[in-house]
Design a binder for this molecule. Structure first.
Ligand SMILES: C[S@@+](CC[C@H](N)C(=O)[O-])C[C@H]1O[C@@H](n2cnc3c(N)ncnc32)[C@H](O)[C@@H]1O
Length: 397
């Protein structure tokens, strides 16, 4: 993803075995395909499903993998509430009945395919309608990459859903604040300690004592480009507008969207869609992350505009909808390099969803290679280039 700070981007070549497939144009079938996750040898006997867009794809998230190892060693049995279920690997532990919860549309697709009947929820949601009795074991992978406020909300949510005397297994990355978050969790839960380490990954085990659940952080609110953005914890552009998104909106100032069907693909807090709605567009806002969907709904309301917000893995939930204009700041993941399968699918979705003569406008960090994929759609124009970002427009033939 782009962020407020200038990032150094290293493009990695996909592994040799995947290179041929990655070079081919993205198709909905290949992106949508749910497949077995590649598990490390020490998790022999366990299984999970995955697809592009699920954390850890094509394998397991490293923290979740360590969690599975620890829980297998501890011989955890019975009902387990997994607040970050991803591909559902913990459901394959012997004797475990998994209550699978996730906010990612891609993960929910994989979990559904695995027959786990997942619940789509975000930190703070009550789970009692679905499971009136709390499970004695709760697990959580901290998303340290989504910032302090989100991790705090995750810990509060885990606390609210662990009965006194129940156990929380919490996993995360030492370099993404794990020790700090576990100390905060320890203050609420009572006893607890780190029980496993593997590289930078950590797992801690906490037993809850009676006592109040820590407060959930409030959303941030700010004004920009004529709209009021409500940024819930962990959402992109939650506290201030991303510089790339700002360049996109500044560049589009003269674009007439009045009366046109506009899709904000990967809407985050919903600033682009709300901006379009304020200028008279029929706006549809889409995000795979349920927390972002909630944020975008709040942004539309706070900005006094109408729009449709859809929880969807790229365009999977858009049914027959087509658009005159698609605006996007696509995600990419920085860590061991850049993973572009989701971003490529954004452009493939634009090709599927644009009406002839319709236009897609993409903002991206300079080195990201979107031009070729856009050219397949129609003629490409570079509308702006500044501050390490470029704004590209393609008009569908
Ligand atoms: C770079 S952010 C842009 C957010 C927002 N448009 C802005 O400009 O502030 C990319 C967004 O894409 C969303 N996203 C990631 N994977 C997705 C997927 N498979 N389908 C839909 N949205 C996705 C992320 O949750 C994130 O909100």
């Amino acid at each position: 993803m782009t962020s407020g700070r200038r990032q150094k981007i290293k493009l990695t070549r996909p592994p040799a075995a995947r290179r041929g497939a990655d070079a081919a144009p993205a198709t909905a079938e290949r992106y949508a395909e749910v497949r077995p996750a590649q598990l490390p040898p020490h998790l022999d006997g366990l299984h999970a499903l995955t697809k592009p867009g699920v954390r850890g794809f094509p394998g397991l998230d490293d923290a979740q993998a360590l969690l599975a190892q620890v829980m297998r060693k501890d011989r955890v049995r019975g009902d387990v509430l997994d607040l970050t279920a991803m591909g559902g690997v913990l459901g394959s532990l012997a004797g475990v009945t998994l209550r699978a919860v996730d906010g990612s549309a891609a993960a929910l697709t994989a979990l559904t395919a695995a027959g786990l009947e997942p619940l789509a929820a975000v930190p703070g949601d009550a789970l009692t309608d679905r499971w009136p009795e709390r499970a004695r074991t709760v697990v959580l992978v901290l998303a340290g990459d989504r910032g302090n406020a989100y991790a705090q909300a995750q810990v509060a949510w885990a606390h609210a859903n662990t009965p006194p005397g129940g156990t929380l297994y919490v996993a995360g990355d030492r370099d993404k604040g794990f020790d700090r978050y576990v100390r905060a969790a320890g203050a609420a839960f009572g006893t607890g300690e780190t029980v496993a380490r593997d590289g930078g990954m950590r797992v801690a085990k906490l037993v809850r004592r009676p006592g109040p659940t820590p407060p959930y952080p409030e959303p941030e609110t700010y004004e920009t480009h004529g709209v009021t953005v409500v940024g819930r914890p962990g959402v992109f552009s939650a506290a201030r507008l991303d510089r790339a998104s700002a360049l996109l909106l500044d560049t589009l100032d003269s674009l007439d969207v009045n009366g046109r069907r506009v899709l904000d693909l990967g809407c985050g807090a919903g600033v682009i869609g709300a901006w379009a709605a304020r200028r008279g567009a029929h706006a549809t806002l889409v995000d795979a992350d349920l927390q972002s969907v909630r944020s975008a709904q709040a942004t539309l309301t706070a900005s006094g505009v109408d729009g449709e917000v859809i929880h969807s893995d790229v365009d999977a939930a858009l049914e027959g909808r087509t658009f005159d204009v698609i605006l996007t700041n696509p995600p990419f993941h920085v860590g061991r390099g850049v993973v572009l399968d989701v971003a490529r699918e954004f452009i493939a979705a634009a090709a599927r969803r644009l009406t002839p003569g319709g236009t897609v406008v993409v903002v991206a960090n300079d080195p990201l290679p979107y031009e070729a994929a856009l050219q397949a759609l129609g003629p490409v124009t570079e509308l702006a280039r500044a501050g390490g970002f470029k704004v590209l427009q393609a008009t569908r033939r």
